[in-house]
Design a protein around this ligand. Structure first.
Ligand SMILES: N[C@@H](CCC(=O)N[C@@H](CS)C(=O)NCC(=O)O)C(=O)O
Length: 155
């Protein structure tokens, strides 16, 4: 990620970057938005419901700006902001039906769950959400592919 070729695509030297016909698109939230709109048959973002779309963007902005970098601000801060996410999530999917906001949230919580390993009752809604997402065949397939290429969680 520090190689000049990669920095030309993403000057921040971070992942992910999606290259669309040679043009780089960075930031998880933007990539998920692109994929949802590019493949509408996957039904990952409702159409014609401005408020639901805005709620998805709201949660993804919170995830990217607050949850994702939380560990760097210490464990107490991370616990506090993940607690906010847990309460905000409640019992169902992030915006009513399964969407890109659930994918973004799951991916970050998956890292937390498998590195810090908080007891399930610490974030009960996130734990239930994690289990529901993990049960999806596409997620199982992705995890299998990642395991086969030796993906390792950051410490
Ligand atoms: N705001 C970016 C954050 C991207 C980010 O922090 N990626 C991490 C991996 S999850 C990374 O590339 N870390 C390696 C590094 O910082 O060197 C997004 O939401 O896509």
């Amino acid at each position: 990620m520090r190689a000049p070729d990669y920095l030309a695509l993403n000057p921040e030297g971070k992942v992910p970057t999606l290259v669309i016909d040679g043009r780089p698109l960075t930031e998880v939230a933007a990539i998920l938005f692109y994929l949802a709109r590019r493949f509408p048959e996957a039904k990952l973002l409702p159409r014609d419901d401005i408020e639901a779309e805005a709620q998805a963007l709201s949660l993804m902005s919170f995830i990217a700006s607050t949850l994702h970098p939380a560990r760097a601000r210490g464990l107490d801060y991370a616990k506090a902001v993940w607690g906010i996410a847990d309460r905000r999530l409640g019992h169902g999917w992030a915006i009513g039906s399964f969407s890109i906001a659930d994918i973004h949230l799951f991916r970050l919580y998956w890292r937390l769950a498998n590195s810090l390993k908080p007891p399930p009752q610490t974030f009960p809604n996130l734990t239930a959400h994690y289990n529901r997402v993990m049960a999806r065949p596409a997620v199982q397939k992705t995890i299998e592919i990642e395991s086969n290429v030796g993906y390792e969680l950051p410490a």
